[in-house]
Design a protein. Structure first.
Length: 265
């Protein structure tokens, strides 16, 4: 548990190694365990990793405020500083991509390179006619009360190529109660505060400030990723066209291999 603000501690899953470090950031309403299989492959190549549960997610604290992309980026910067990490490669998936874009723009000296895993270039205001339409479309369903085994079965039916560990990590997005029912870790109102920050603060506003190497890994909409990369001083794209949004869960070998190219660069 790492202190990142007054009364706020974040859970960090550490996989040891002696090489250049990686910091791994999950998406909205997700958790750090989704990075476990990527982390194992980075460790096999000699690199330590630090997968962060953002505030209100996983095993981290749930404070009353601070549910924005900018605060999440500040929290990750505090983790890097507190742990004394020397210019890690920082990877973010989905909304986590937005977070690492904001991190790289605000704290360029803290990172050596960024990886954006099917996220970090979306623009909600360009995708919806109004905030009200965006809110209605992106309001998450309430899964409270669902049985954990039912949810596991649903995930297996949708992701037959995922490992059991990836399925269990996805179930851990929710809290499993002693009677086997699930409840949300991140309350819906906090979830929507984050979505609102994504509307107000699109990643494109920060692209020009990203002077470090940035690797974009789109699972879909490779054209948008290429357009985003062209707006960055040192952006490049490796497309996973047709892959799952959770590429790090579906294809950990390939994602880890792509992350390792950023160390070589």
């Amino acid at each position: 548990m790492v202190d990142v603000a007054d009364g706020v501690r974040l859970n960090v899953r550490h996989t040891p190694g002696s090489g250049s470090p990686f910091v791994l950031v999950h998406g909205l309403a997700s958790n750090a365990r989704l990075w476990d299989e990527v982390a194992a492959r980075l460790a096999a190549a000699g690199h330590p990793s630090y997968a962060v549960d953002l505030r209100g997610h996983g095993s981290s604290d749930l404070p009353a405020s601070g549910f924005t992309t900018a605060v999440a980026a500040s929290d990750v910067a505090a983790v890097i500083t507190s742990l004394g990490l020397s210019r890690p490669v920082v990877a973010g998936q989905s909304w986590g991509g937005n977070v690492v874009v904001a991190l790289g723009a605000a704290h360029p000296s803290l990172v050596s390179a960024l990886a954006l895993v099917d996220g970090g270039w979306g623009d909600l205001a360009a995708s919806f006619p109004s905030w009200e339409a965006c809110y209605k479309a992106l309001l998450p369903p309430s899964l409270d009360g669902m049985r954990a085994e039912k949810f596991r079965g649903f995930l297996r039916s949708r992701h037959a190529d995922w490992s059991p560990a990836a399925i269990d990590a996805t179930v851990a997005n929710l809290r499993e109660l002693p009677d086997g029912r699930l409840e949300r870790r991140l309350p819906i109102d906090k979830h929507m505060e984050i979505v609102r920050s994504m509307w107000d603060d699109p990643p494109r506003a920060h692209f020009a400030a990203l002077t470090m190497p940035v690797l974009l890994l789109p699972a879909r909409s490779a054209g948008r990723a290429r357009a985003a990369a062209s707006a960055m001083p040192n952006g490049s794209v490796r497309s996973y066209e047709g892959g799952d949004h959770d590429l790090h869960a579906q294809q950990p070998d390939a994602v880890a291999a792509d992350l390792l190219t950023l160390v070589a660069s």
